[in-house]
Design a protein around this ligand. Sequence first.
Ligand code: ADP
Length: 351
Amino acid sequence: NFVPPVRSHGGSTSNMIGSRISGKSDDALEDSTRKCLEMLCGPDGELPEKLRNLEPRLIEHISNEIMDKDPNVRWNDIAGLEHAKKCVVEMVIWPLLRPDIFRGCRSPGRGLLLFGPPGTGKTMIGKAIAGEAKATFFYISASSLTSKWIGEGEKLVRALFGVASCRQPAVIFVDEIDSLLSQRKSEGEHESSRRLKTQFLIEMEGFDSGNEQILLIGATNRPQELDEAARRRLTKRLYIPLPSAARAWIIRNLLEKDGLFKLSEEDTVAICRLTEGYSGSDMKNLVKDASMGPLREALRQGIEITKLRKEDMRPVTLQDFENALQEVRPSVSSNELNTYEDWNRQFGSLA
Ligand code: ADP
């Protein structure tokens, strides 16, 4: 497969990107892949060392599907979680904004674990970090690595860390990290998942010891499944609990966005009392269902949907929420909560 060092047309160095990785000629690359590789080239038009032995299609997948340049979530979108926000600002945002101050003794950990029940804002925090620190955000679900990318997970992990190091400062958010870094299942563990886990830990070790501005955030609903090696690398472990006072904020915020918030203070307090144990995403589902109340009522009265005028619809009421509560049940049991609290006492960052 002879690859001419200089192409007869064009002539820019980036035309040869394909030949520098995996020995492929440019013509063998799709346009989109070539474009994506060109964007990762340094000012000298060269592809960074780390990316040269990686498969172009994996680099493209990371750049297009996993990298999110503007996650569009800000601290103000997240209700409550003041403790977590404070820790994250100190550990992540400041060091990413002022790497010159945060070195030596002040150098921050590179691994953060967010654990707690599902739907409590862990992913939102990850996105907000990237937004506030002006970092590139990479989102990957660990279970997709083990299920969708069977046999290729290792390569994808290398590509992920490779692209992140070219896009610093970067935040790599690994959802369901327990499925990747779970305790060794001595007998049953599949060889490929063991290799995947080893590769992941090697990559983490790599940027932990270097000067790279990459932060790894792992999120899990099953922290007790993580093994000791994973815990050691995820130095800060923050419990993200169910919302308490933040439930009122979520109701108000979601309804206000659509101009539908007309509830009295008393009714809001009553709804909060009725939604003890609901997660943030349960609350979101509840608000959605309750906001259908006025519409359902109008239709019951025989008004045709095509003739319905928005301004004639009544506001969302406490009764709508009471009806919605029959439909939308809490998704987390009190037993599960005890498990999180125990794990937090043992391994969590409490201060
Ligand atoms: P997790 O990653 O913890 O499973 P997410 O961050 O994906 O949960 O939250 C799911 C959805 O629930 C969010 O998109 C948001 O609408 C809502 N939500 C959860 N927690 C909060 C919160 N603290 N503040 C505002 N919205 C929240």
